[in-house]
Write a protein that binds this ligand. Structure first.
Ligand code: GLN
Length: 487
């Protein structure tokens, strides 16, 4: 357990120097996951045998005198919508209950090439649709700070796994906030990279123009280090950018004097819980005291972000999820003798998908249908362009934009499940970054009672370096990132 609470570099160096074996670290992680999973339900799969084999590989490489990678021996948990070859990969959906991935996602391949040891697949909302992890076919994840509360979603298991110190690094996917919001709810660091910074090959697609993969960690430095491993061009994903990958950890200079931080005051006032607002204001004071300049900005179209997002994401989801038809992947419904092909499709989809996924497929099909395309889908794409211009204007004046991650503190399990619209509205501060494609990081910035609060920093396209540099200065000046719950 003790090594698991250390920074990634400390674990890696301990393994490289032989002060700890990768096998020991792996065992500690496996034990910790077993210990907390009854309470948290954070893991769909704990892959003990495979993990121990990989750890033994790392130990053999070290014994043979090989140079070890930057994540050598570091245990990593992977959101269950990412393919790991030979592992059950379900996206927390009944329709993929029996699906075993025949190939590795590019991020998985990169992690393992860097020496990381994949130890588990994490619970999430079904096909990453949700903000509370309550849409999982395998039951909700619980917040490590309070098991009556949601860990956020959709990557709730990945956030909880890092918060509970089961692993120092996990992967999530962020389509409209699913890395940043659970990071905020669980008191850890969550980074959504620029669209195209990280290959999506092997990610079970939800909304392809919005999805990005990114890390959960306990510190900004670990996020920076992980991004350097994950990022880069990929022949298997045409949207993965050829933009050179920076040494992100090297950009953490500790100096943000003169950096301009934009605050969309009008946008962050309405409907924001008092606890969130005062933690956010205090965070802005900290940045100013560290030498940043706070600048008021306007994002005039930000208030349309929620309807725009829920039109675009449902449209893309309805198309992406058409592939789950009982023919190629996962489950097929039991059929009567004279049932035809159509009955097989519809029964499989009826039995395999949960209510939220069905709601989105219906919505998305509707907004793409001939009579409504112009009024809904096309209009949403137009507003998306206006939103992008808002951010272009803002980034002509400032280096980063700051806002809360969630307008409310972590809410109780069951509190919002009867009202999907309420649940959608809580995504107000996260969805814009995906619609625009820019990078964002959520950082712990205090507590409401015993529940963590977070705020986010957004940056220019491919300028993760500045976002991380500002985040790191904030983290060093405050005690929040170091706090761990007692589970
Ligand atoms: N909460 C948002 C949704 O339900 C975002 C999900 C995500 O980022 N995967 O769509």
């Amino acid at each position: 357990m003790t090594l698991l609470t250390q920074p990634i570099t400390a674990i890696r160096d301990a393994v490289a120097k032989g002060e700890a074996s990768a096998t020991e670290v792996c065992r500690a992680s496996l034990e910790r996951m077993q210990q907390v999973n009854g309470a948290l339900n954070a893991f769909n799969l704990i892959a003990a045998d495979r993990a121990l084999e990989r750890a033994a590989d790392v130990d053999r490489q070290r014994a043979a005198g090989a140079t070890l990678g930057p994540l050598a021996g570091v245990p990593v948990a992977i959101k269950d919508n990412l393919c790991v070859r030979g592992m059950r990969t379900t996206a927390s959906s009944k329709i993929l209950d029996t699906f075993v991935a025949p190939y590795d996602a590019t991020v998985v391949r990169k992690l393992e090439a860097a020496g990381a040891v994949i130890v588990s697949k994490t619970n999430c909302d079904e096909f990453a649709m949700g903000s509370s992890n309550e849409n999982s076919a395998y039951g909700p994840v619980r917040n490590p700070w309070s098991v009556e509360h949601t860990p956020g979603g959709s990557s709730g298991g990945s956030a909880a796994a890092v918060a509970a110190r089961c692993v120092p690094l996990s992967l999530g996917s962020d389509t409209g906030g699913s890395i940043r919001q659970p990071a905020s709810f669980c008191g850890v660091v969550g980074l959504k990279p620029t669209y195209g910074r990280v290959s999506r090959y092997g990610l079970l697609a939800f909304a392809s123009s919005l999805d990005q993969i990114g890390p959960f960690t306990t510190s900004v430095r670990d996020a920076a280090l992980s991004l350097s491993v994950l990022a880069g061009i990929d022949g298997a994903d045409a949207t993965a950018s050829a933009e050179p990958v920076a040494d992100y950890a090297a950009s953490l200079t500790g100096d943000i004097r003169g950096v301009k931080v934009g605050i969309p005051r009008a946008f962050v006032t309405e409907g924001v819980d008092d606890s969130v607002r005062s933690a956010f204001d205090a965070a802005m004071d900290t940045l100013r005291d560290a030498g940043a300049r706070l600048v008021d900005i306007e994002l005039p179209h930000a208030r349309y972000a929620i309807p725009t997002y829920y039109l675009v994401c449902t449209a893309e989801a309805s198309s992406n999820l058409a592939r789950y038809d009982g023919v190629r992947y996962g489950m097929r419904a039991a059929l009567a003798k004279d049932d035809g092909l159509k009955a097989m499709y519809s029964r499989t989809r009826d039995e395999g998908f949960g209510p939220e996924v069905k709601r989105r497929i219906m919505l998305g099909t509707y907004v793409l249908s001939a009579g409504y395309y112009d009024a809904f889908y096309l209009k949403a794409q137009q507003v998306r362009t206006l939103l992008r211009r808002d951010y272009d204007d803002a980034f002509a004046r400032v280096d980063v934009v700051a806002m809360p991650t969630s307008p409310i503190p972590p809410f109780a399990l069951g509190e919002k499940t009867d009202d999907p619209l309420q649940m959608y509205l809580a995504d107000i501060f996260t969805v814009s970054a995906n619609l625009v494609g820019i990078p964002g990081i959520s950082l712990p910035c205090g507590f409401a009672g015993r529940l963590p609060l977070g705020f986010q920093l957004l940056g220019r396209m491919f300028d993760e370096s500045t976002v991380l540099r500002v985040a790191d200065v904030y983290e060093r000046a405050t005690p929040w990132s170091g706090r761990a719950p007692s589970v």
